[in-house]
Design a protein around this ligand. Structure first.
Ligand SMILES: [Zn+2]
Ligand SMILES: [Zn+2]
Length: 150
């Protein structure tokens, strides 16, 4: 099932929700702020075409990489390299490579940064585009789901 992680508009905490056509709001577990959401049958089936939070159609996909874990592993490898003469970096590199290959892809809404996991049509969602991001975030442009052609 598709899982959705919203960002609380008040305190910035992550709010996790599942698509449910009966749900109209999602409440922040930290500050009780209520975000409006709206789901249709498509999202319940895991198909991402409209954002349930901001109703836009512009998304990008990326690997579900946890940056914090990455930094932590790098620090551990750096400490260990003193005794292993740098061998720990080779291990880290291999580990990273294997981990990265196994990672799932996630989709993210350009406009409101909501994260979608287990999206059925993830292969149809293009990667991050700086120009689209700038135009959506800074000029409020709505691409209506049609990616920029270069
Ligand atoms: Zn909150
Ligand atoms: Zn959105």
């Amino acid at each position: 099932m598709m899982t959705i992680t919203l960002t609380c508009g008040d305190c910035g905490s992550a709010i996790s929700v599942y698509p449910d056509s009966a749900a109209k709001t999602a409440e922040c577990g930290i500050c009780k702020h209520v975000e409006k959401v709206s789901f249709d049958e498509k999202q319940v089936a895991g198909i991402l075409e409209d954002c349930p939070c901001c109703q836009r159609k512009d998304f990008y996909s990326q690997k579900d990489f946890n940056r914090k874990i990455g930094v932590m592993l790098f620090v551990i490898a750096a400490i260990l390299s003193i005794w292993t003469y740098g061998l720990s970096f080779v291990v880290l590199y291999l580990f990273d490579f294997l981990l990265f290959k196994k990672l799932q892809k996630i989709a993210i809404c350009y406009n409101c940064n909501t994260i979608f996991r287990s999206v059925t049509n993830i292969e149809e969602i293009p990667g991050f585009d700086h120009e689209m991001n700038d135009r959506i975030v800074y000029s409020g442009h709505d691409f209506e789901g049609k990616p920029l052609e270069h």
